[in-house]
Design a protein around this ligand. Sequence first.
Ligand code: SAM
Length: 221
Amino acid sequence: MMSVSLQDFQRKELIKKLIESGIKEKKVLDAINTVKRELFVSPEFKRFAYENNALPISNSQTISQPYTVAFMTEILKVNPGDKILEIGTGSGYQAAILCELGADVYSVERIEQLYKESGIILKKAGYGVKLKCSDGTKGWKEHAPYDGIIVTAGSPSLPETLVNQLALGGRLVIPVGDKHIQEIWCVTKEKDKKGKDTFTTDKYQYFKFVPLIGDEGWKNA
Ligand code: SAM
């Protein structure tokens, strides 16, 4: 008989809550049901790993709330084989979810300690994410263009460099607003009839993120 751990049970309960909150995409729910969130939180918070809350990680940053991760991932519309850039690696949890969806994942984190810690955790958990410690508002030019870019920190405006690193049909999902509250925007790159690049912006609900700090973000915390 297969044994079910407490975490397996808690993960299933979390999935029920996400469905009740309006998350519909089965493959996103399956990814959340597969990734062991307890591996990405500090030992003192492990028992809260499957509560639908953001939790503190080092350097005064956070691992996002599971609902936020699910919502943004659903909008990103990831297909297997897509090249996805994440800005704000943090704990590495969102990057692991993207890997479970079959994406080729690149992730940039500006804080060295988080870059190092997430690298160790992702490797240990078996996720081959390409990581870089840098200002993510500048993207990761060497690997552009991307089928999707997800920014997991709140920006005062759209970083133009990131928009320019989108592939045709690509989507940039980013929280935009002031330091207290941000609206999720999804910018899609398409071509018009004359072959000129066009960008459509859809706006979704409000969340609260830590600030995106960098050249094309906030200049300070
Ligand atoms: N995706 C993360 C996860 O799954 O744990 C959540 C990350 S946390 C909400 C936002 C992260 O963005 C923080 O780790 C912060 O250091 C990082 N960040 C802020 N500004 C950044 C920038 N310009 N470039 C890269 N990372 C940045």
